[in-house]
Design a binder for this molecule. Sequence first.
Ligand code: DP6
Length: 321
Amino acid sequence: MKETIAIAHPNFALVKYWGKKDSDQNRPAMSSISITVDSMQSKTRIISDEAANKHRLFINGKEESDLSRVLPSIDYLSKISKSDDYLVIRSENNFPTSSGLASSASGIASLVTAYEAHYGINLEMRDRIQASILGSGSAPRSLLGGFVLMDHKNNYNCSQILEKYDWPLDILICIVSNHKKKISSREGMEISKKTSPIYMDWLNINARHIGLALKAIKNKNLTALEKVSEENCKLMHRVMKTSNPSIVYMTETTQSCLAEIQRLRSSGHKLFYTIDAGPQIKIICDPSSSKLIKDSIKKNTDVIKIIDAGIGGPPKILNED
Ligand code: DP6
């Protein structure tokens, strides 16, 4: 039985998307900018099994009955490969799954990368993007390393703003909880789109935030990137909170990390944070301050664990000849 293995890294958005243009094709309603993260990864193994009569998906060793995330991507790719094989997909994450750490993005990006190599189909970038978006709206950003722009006005084209070596920042991922989130991003976005009174403001601010973040990244200006990223993050969480039912992913520990970040900043350290659809906080900082920041977050808050990371690269095939 032929098997192909690929890895991809998660990405964290600094200018976020929260809201879909359409739910049938899973396309985001706005552009976004992210950083790919190196030490976290999804490793996905594809095996084509001639004896099988259905696709099977295992995540961290456990068989999943719900294949609704992967089937649209596989259907898209199988039209190109012209294969009707049933696949066994085994995906493993070296970090907590479905808890606001972008496991769906890295999972889908590694699946698309493994599929392409498995069938030797040499995809165009736009097909990789389309196949990935069908599985997770943020997954196309994990197809590239470094700082990535996904442009909704240009067919979701993804482009690299800077390479990981151009601006080697550190990322400290503070794990506040290992629990699966109660409301998935997909459900939450639909609720916000339908009910938040400030959803239109959120949509309208996107182009401005994208412009500011692009400039800050190109100029490697950490203070400017801090300002726009935190403003964008706070507004997204306000959209969630003003939804009906109200969606709150942050916990008391998240809040105590925020207070600690503020304290570190007022004593002169350069750092900023971002928070996605979960309680975890990601701190982005200059590598020269990361040890001190890590020690003081550990000492003064109840975070369970801190994962150290840098800016990561694109997906890789592991078993290439
Ligand atoms: C808050 O891309 O995970 O992380 O398409 O349902 O998989 P699905 O949603 P997903 O949503 C990401 C939301 C976010 C912001 C972002 O990454 O831009």
